[in-house]
Design a protein around this ligand. Structure first.
Ligand SMILES: C[S@@+](CC[C@H](N)C(=O)[O-])C[C@H]1O[C@@H](n2cnc3c(N)ncnc32)[C@H](O)[C@@H]1O
Length: 277
């Protein structure tokens, strides 16, 4: 791949997804675009780039963006945020004065759905505490391929062995051939839709709690700052944002502050205290 082709492709990916790929990521284009080349019958990356230069929208463009997303995820990833959710965040939401209506939770880079379904299983476990309170979990992602898998609720043996406690597998999944399928009750608690974090969040409405984990690491500081501002708008004062273990707000925004006790949890700063950086 020539430097000009790399520059074009990385600029295209950044504009479409926010994903920032430094020069040392040439190999990533080379390996990830192999299936795209064969699907669209290009002999090499130069031919693909020539076609993309003519039109940066349409099936080829969508396929290139999808190929450059990293969809790595697992059930109860890093465990701790899910313990915080079950033991502190969900009880806190239920106890909030003046609370009414459903509790809305957003898994903002849902990938193949394991994060959203992990939250749904914990809500099912907390049925007693929830009483009649409805929980709506929305999972969104840019990648159509990842979302299709999330929507199917179907996982391989390998995927259910990563992070999912055996008791939950037995309780909330049924075996179908070589795969495991999530139970209709858990499936019904989660909605999935295609959504780009670069777009306006307004059509999604507001949330009581947002999981936005292991996606901001792919963005540069300006994109992160812009997304934090929109996340803050989508939450109430004191609303909680859950980030991945390698992500932080420090040095980027003062619209969130680290929870004093819960690692990885950030609380929306009250408007009057925030300098809106
Ligand atoms: C590594 S996965 C994280 C999955 C899950 N949140 C977790 O922590 O296990 C990152 C996801 O972010 C998605 N993504 C990347 N850029 C995005 C964007 N601009 N808008 C929405 N999703 C995006 C990718 O498609 C990918 O599925």
């Amino acid at each position: 791949m020539t430097p000009a082709e790399f520059e074009f492709l990385s600029g295209f990916i950044r504009a479409r997804s926010g994903i920032s790929l430094a020069d040392d990521k040439i190999y990533l284009f080379q390996s990830r675009l192999v299936p795209v080349l064969s699907r669209h019958q290009f002999s090499d990356i130069a031919a693909l780039v020539r076609s993309l230069r003519l039109s940066t929208s349409g099936p080829l463009a969508d396929d290139v963006v999808d190929a450059m997303t990293t969809n790595e995820t697992l059930f109860f990833r890093d465990r701790l945020p899910f313990d915080h959710f079950a033991n502190r965040l969900l009880p806190g939401l239920l106890a909030r004065p003046g609370r009414s209506g459903a509790i809305r939770i957003w898994s903002a880079a849902a990938s193949t759905g394991q994060e959203a379904y992990s939250l749904a299983m914990l809500c099912a476990e907390a049925r007693g505490a929830l009483g009649g309170t409805r929980v709506e979990i929305l999972g969104t992602d840019l990648s159509p391929a990842a979302l299709a898998r999330a929507e199917s609720g179907r996982y391989t043996q390998f995927e259910v062995q990563r992070g999912l406690p055996i008791g939950m597998l037995a309780k909330y999944f049924t075996k179908d051939g070589d795969d495991w399928v999530i139970s209709p009750t858990i499936r019904a608690m989660v909605k999935f839709r295609s959504f780009n974090l670069l777009d306006s969040f307004s059509p999604l409405g507001r949330f009581d709690l947002i999981f936005c984990r292991n996606v901001l690491i792919y963005f540069d500081i300006d994109v992160k700052r812009m997304i934090f501002a929109k996340l803050a708008e989508a939450l109430p004062d004191d609303g909680a944002l859950v980030l991945g273990s390698a992500e932080t707000v420090i040095g980027i925004t003062d619209q969130f502050t680290l929870h004093p006790e819960l690692r990885g949890i950030y609380i929306k700063t009250r408007a009057s205290q925030s300098g809106r950086r």
